[in-house]
Design a protein around this ligand. Structure first.
Ligand code: GDP
Ligand code: MG
Ligand code: ZN
Length: 354
């Protein structure tokens, strides 16, 4: 490996970029994104085993959003559209996910439309996945992140425990630490009930408002020094929070997010923001429903810590906590020790997994 690595390093040639390069990149971006948000179905990956793609390579760039055999990559704080080496694709799609750390090289051929080529991908430390469209395959929607902040609103759109819990399960599965941000608290007079519910199950919770600025310091503290993901339903205020955390970004992104908002919601485009205070955030497109990858119905209670704690006291070892007699979990729901919303969400998720 050291030999190969040395050779790879030598081939890297730093490119200087001028305005016309950047114009070409912008045009290509618009073209690709335009196609992506069009009527045609997104390119569906077919490759199933991608484990061989990952290595201990020393990365120099970060993937923002993969697109077929191309990828938008951040290299020295610039966004570049690159080609992905054939070894990392099946001809239609690549093994890359937003957040992947990659080795980017530049081809000598000046005629090449995408002179940047992703040659290798570093093994992931953490990941967030869901089943790809059509199922049957894992889709990693963020890699190598330190913290997942699940964003929900107290109202408009209403708080949905089910979606929050699904994100928490995905985080646990992918080895990602998680916290909950309950936004738009300016719309309520009292502390939202969900704050206590989730604190009681051991989760870090911040209640925020982009209107009053409440809780933003707490959120900043949570994210300091980390690569985080803000995830949640569209409309809960993820983009507003990013802007509120770093006003410089409000200026830089206002017009962009206005003109591309529509497209961004219908595509799988992610963005990486570097905010003041050593905060790095991958902004993922909002989702209405999050499928769970690799979770079987029988192990679902493991992901609800308050259920898992009581499960050993159920009469049956394989209790589903739905219909069995002498179920410690249902007894706790009836006595009020387990929040009804969490139990309801467990039942719904279990139903969807069967
Ligand atoms: N009242 C209130 N509205 C908010 C707050 N944060 C965001 N919004 C509004 O909610 C809407 C959706 O926000 P946006 O940031 O685009 O949500 P995203 O889809 O999750 O990125 C916008 O109209 C925002 O102005 C908040 O804390 N309080
Ligand atoms: Mg947004
Ligand atoms: Zn039970």
């Amino acid at each position: 490996m050291p030999k190969g690595k040395g050779r790879q390093r030598k081939r890297i040639r730093k490119r200087t970029w001028d305005a016309s390069d950047l114009d070409t990149i912008r045009r290509e971006r618009r073209r690709v994104r335009g196609r992506e948000s069009g009527i045609g179905a997104p390119v569906e990956p077919t490759r199933t085993d991608l484990s061989g793609c990952f290595s201990d390579v020393e990365p120099n760039a970060t993937v923002l959003s993969p697109y077929g055999v191309l990828a938008f990559v951040e290299f020295e704080r610039r966004e570049i559209l690159c080609r992905v080496d054939d070894a990392l694709t099946d001809g239609k799609t690549s093994c890359l996910a937003p957040g992947d750390r990659v080795l980017l090289e530049f081809e000598e051929d000046a005629e090449s439309e995408q002179p940047g080529v992703v040659r290798a991908v570093k093994r992931r430390s953490t990941k967030l996945s869901r089943p790809a469209i059509g199922g049957g395959r894992e889709q990693v929607f963020a890699a190598n992140i330190d913290l997942l902040v699940v964003v929900a609103a107290v109202a408009n759109p209403p708080f949905r425990s089910g979606l929050v819990d699904r994100y928490l399960i995905a985080a646990e599965r992918g080895n990602v630490a998680a916290a909950l941000c309950i936004n738009k608290i300016d719309l309520l007079d009292a502390e939202p009930a969900e704050t206590a519910t989730y604190r009681e199950v051991g989760l870090g919770v911040v209640a925020t408002s982009c209107v009053t600025g409440a809780g933003l310091d707490g959120l900043r503290e949570l994210l300091h020094g980390k690569i985080g993901v803000l995830a949640g339903q569209s409309g809960v205020g993820k983009s507003s929070l990013i802007n509120a955390l770093d006003p410089r970004h409000a200026i830089a992104t206002a017009s962009v997010s206005d003109t591309t908002r529509k497209g961004r919601h219908t595509t799988s485009t992610s963005k990486l923001y570097h905010l003041e205070g050593d905060i790095h955030i991958i902004d993922t497109p909002g989702v209405r429903q999050l499928g769970l990858w690799g979770v079987s119905p029988d192990e679902l209670d493991y992901y609800f810590s308050e259920l898992a704690a009581l499960a050993p006291q159920c009469r049956f070892r394989n209790c589903t906590h739905i219909h069995e007699p002498d179920c410690a979990v249902r007894a706790a729901v009836e006595s009020g020790a387990i929040a009804p919303a969490r139990y309801a969400s467990y039942c719904r998720i279990r139903d969807s997994l069967d």
